[in-house]
Design a protein around this ligand. Structure first.
Ligand code: TIU
Length: 225
């Protein structure tokens, strides 16, 4: 593969290694992006997240076209909830709890319609799908081994929500030695103020957790590979 391609980013230029990165798409599931799921049950406006779909689709298409690795994640639990700690099950005052029936099936349960990825970003053959019981993609999953096997050291991170599963995954990845580039318009939060703060926290202190850039600049870099 070719030499690294420079992407304008915060807090500094990101040297994208064409043969050494994976696109990671965090939890673009119906349960977070469509009415009747976990996100809405917690009192959130799911419409806040939907602006990520179009730019993320462009990023996914361009990454796929080059045959580069793509990893999708899904947050959710086994039907018997044996992998869901009581602390998570009982947290807050949701209108519906994890495992309760909803219009898209049991909330955040593997195999249910609502647990799966939205049609616009559905995985295709050859793309890894990592099912995770927690907020971070590394905890309780084969994600770390998969990245080692793929030989990547950089992660281009997208998905929802910015301050929860995206942040947890970026922090886990950072501690494991990965360089994370978060695409600003391809991550979303139910809370505009958390979106802004979440992105700022990644690039602050010289890039304490990584880099942030726009999808347009990522797409320009892919075109230069
Ligand atoms: N509630 C919230 O903002 N997020 C989650 O519960 N999971 C993810 O971020 N995927």
């Amino acid at each position: 593969m070719s030499d690294p391609v420079s992407i304008p980013a915060n807090p500094a230029t990101f040297p994208l290694d064409p043969g050494g990165f994976a696109l990671v798409i965090i939890d673009m599931q119906r349960d977070f992006l469509e009415p009747g799921g976990f996100g809405e049950s917690l009192g959130n406006d799911v419409g806040q997240l939907r602006r990520t779909i179009q730019p993320l689709r462009a990023v996914l298409d361009a990454t796929r076209a080059l045959g580069l690795p793509v990893v999708h994640t899904r947050e959710g639990h086994l039907p018997d909830l044996s992998d869901c700690p009581p602390s998570k099950l009982n947290r807050g005052l949701p209108s519906r709890r994890i495992g309760d029936p909803g219009p898209n099936g049991r909330i955040l349960i593997r195999g249910e319609y609502g647990h799966d990825i939205i049609d616009e970003l559905a995985p295709v053959a050859g793309e890894a799908v990592v099912d995770k019981p927690g907020k971070g993609a590394f905890y309780g999953t084969g994600f770390g081994d998969l990245l080692v096997a793929a030989g990547v050291s950089q992660l281009v991170v997208t998905g929802v929500t910015t301050e929860v599963c995206v942040h947890t995954t970026v922090r886990e990845a950072n501690d494991r030695g990965y360089d994370c580039l978060v695409l600003e318009d391809c991550v979303g939060s139910y809370f505009p103020e958390f979106q802004a703060a979440g992105l700022a926290m990644i690039a602050a202190q010289g890039g304490i957790f990584g880099w942030t850039a726009t999808s347009a600049d990522y797409l320009k870099a892919l075109a230069a590979i």
